[in-house]
Design a binder for this molecule. Structure first.
Ligand SMILES: [Zn+2]
Length: 376
C-alpha cells in the first residue's frame, strides 16, 4: 500500500486489524498538534499534563472512530457474503480489504454507505452527549474533547461521501450507475473519472490556498487529492482487466490433463521426477483414481531432507480441497481471489467428477498479456 510494513494489533469480530507504519506519522502529528496547539487555544489556563492527556485520549478516540467506520463497511460486507481479509489503518485513514468485489449493485450501495453512515451517526451521538454534559455543567476538559470528535467524525463522514471512486461516495455513485446501466465497467469508468476530477479539485484548492492566501493549511488536500486521483486511475484499469476475465471460462486457460502425483510416491522420488526440471510447483495428488490432495515444494520442505525417502506424498499433501474445485464454466474473475499468492494459488477444474484441468496464476497472467493488446 505505501511500501511500509504493517503490524497486526489483533482481531475484532474475527477480522484482523493491522496498522501500517505510515499511520504512526499521523498518530504523532494529531497528538502533538492537539496537545500543543488546538487544546491550549480552546481551553486556556490548564497544565501541560492536562493538555497532553487530552491530546493522547483524543488521538486514540480518533483512531477508534476510523476503525468504527471500517468495521461498518466490513460487517455489512460480511453479512452480504463477502469475506474480509483484514482492516488496515494507514496514513490516509482506513481500508477494509475485501477478498472479492460485490456482485450486485445493491450490496455495493449498502456496503459503501455503511462507513460514512456510521461516522455521521457517531458524530450525532457525540454531539448530543456533548450538549447534555454542557447542560449538566460538566468539566470543559471533557466537552472540548467531545466537540473535537464531533468535528472529526463529521469530516470523515462528509469527505468520504465525495462522489469520486474509490471514495465511498464514488462507490455509491458507481452502484447507482451500475444499477441503471447494468454495465459495471461503464459505471466504474464514470465513477473513476469523477474520482480523478475530485482529486484534481483538491489539489487545485490547495494550490489556490498557497497562491492567494499564502496559507499552507490546505497542503494536506493536495497530498490527498493526488493520492485519490492515482487510485481512481488504477481502479479503472483493474476493472477493465476484471471485466475481460469475466468473459472467459476457466476451461479456456486451464492446463488440461495435468500431471498427477500418486499418493504412495515418496517425497524423494517426487522431488526428482516432478519438481526438478518440472514445469509446475504444485501438483494434484491422486489415489484410486480420485484427487485426494495437493502437494507443493513447501509441503516437501516442511519435512527434513533425510526423511524424504520414508515419507509419502499422501502424508504431506494438503487435503482440504473443497474450496479449490470449480466447474469448467466458472469465469476467470471468480477464481482470481483463490489464485492470490497468499492463498493456495491454484484451482482444480472438475467435470463430471473427473479432474479436467488445473489453473494457476501463471495461466491468468498469460491470458491478461494476450488480451491486453487491444487495451485502450
Ligand atoms: Zn469508508
Amino acid at each position: 500500500m505505501s511500501g511500509l510494513p504493517s503490524i497486526r494489533i489483533g482481531k475484532v469480530f474475527g477480522i484482523p486489524v493491522e496498522i501500517n507504519a505510515s499511520w504512526l506519522f499521523i498518530f504523532l502529528l494529531v497528538a502533538v498538534t492537539l496537545t500543543t496547539g488546538y487544546f491550549p487555544q480552546q481551553l486556556e489556563g490548564r497544565s501541560v499534563l492536562t493538555y497532553a492527556v487530552m491530546g493522547i485520549v483524543t488521538t486514540f478516540a480518533f483512531f477508534a472512530s476510523v476503525l468504527l467506520h471500517e468495521f461498518a463497511h466490513s460487517l455489512v460486507a460480511r453479512a452480504g457474503g463477502i469475506r474480509i481479509a483484514k482492516i488496515t489503518l494507514f496514513i490516509f485513514g482506513g481500508v477494509s480489504q475485501m477478498e472479492e468485489e460485490p456482485h450486485r449493485p445493491g450490496l455495493e450501495f449498502v456496503m459503501a454507505s455503511a462507513g460514512p453512515g456510521a461516522s455521521l451517526v457517531l458524530a450525532a451521538l457525540l454531539f448530543l452527549a456533548g450538549e447534555a454534559l454542557y447542560a449538566l455543567h460538566f468539566t470543559p476538559v471533557v466537552i472540548v474533547v467531545i466537540d473535537y470528535l464531533v468535528v472529526i467524525n463529521l469530516s470523515v463522514g462528509i469527505f468520504n461521501l465525495l462522489p469520486g471512486f474509490p471514495l465511498d461516495g464514488g462507490r455509491i455513485l458507481r452502484a447507482i450507475l451500475w444499477a441503471i446501466t447494468g454495465d459495471l465497467l461503464k459505471a466504474t469508468r464514470w465513477a473513476s473519472r469523477m474520482g480523478q476530477l475530485i482529486g484534481m479539485c483538491l489539489v487545485a484548492v490547495a494550490v489556490l490556498g498557497v497562491l492567494l492566501f499564502q496559507s499552507f493549511d490546505l497542503i494536506w488536500f493536495a497530498v490527498m487529492g493526488w493520492f485519490i486521483s492515482g487510485l481512481a486511475t488504477t481502479a479503472y484499469q483493474q476493472q477493465v482487466v476484471k471485466s475481460r476475465l469475466a468473459d472467459v471460462p476457466v476451461s479456456r486457460i486451464m492446463s488440461a490433463s495435468p500431471m498427477l502425483v500418486p499418493a504412495e510416491l515418496t517425497l524423494e522420488d517426487m522431488a526428482h521426477s516432478y519438481f526438478l526440471g518440472g514445469r509446475h510447483t504444485r501438483y494434484p495428488v491422486i489415489a484410486d483414481g480420485t484427487v485426494v490432495g495437493l502437494v507443493d515444494i513447501g509441503a516437501a520442505q516442511s519435512v527434513p531432507r533425510e526423511r524424504w525417502p520414508h515419507t509419502t506424498v499422501g502424508e504431506v499433501a494438503r487435503r482440504d480441497l473443497s474450496e479449490l474445485f470449480v466447474t469448467p464454466e466458472t469465469t476467470v474473475d471468480r477464481v482470481l481471489p483463490r489464485l492470490d499468492p497468499s492463498q493456495v494459488g491454484v484451482v482444480l477444474v472438475v467435470e463430471a467428477g473427473r479432474l479436467a484441468g488445473i489453473v494457476t496464476r501463471a495461466d491468468v497472467i498469460r491470458l491478461i498479456q494476450e488480451t491486453s493488446g487491444d487495451a485502450a
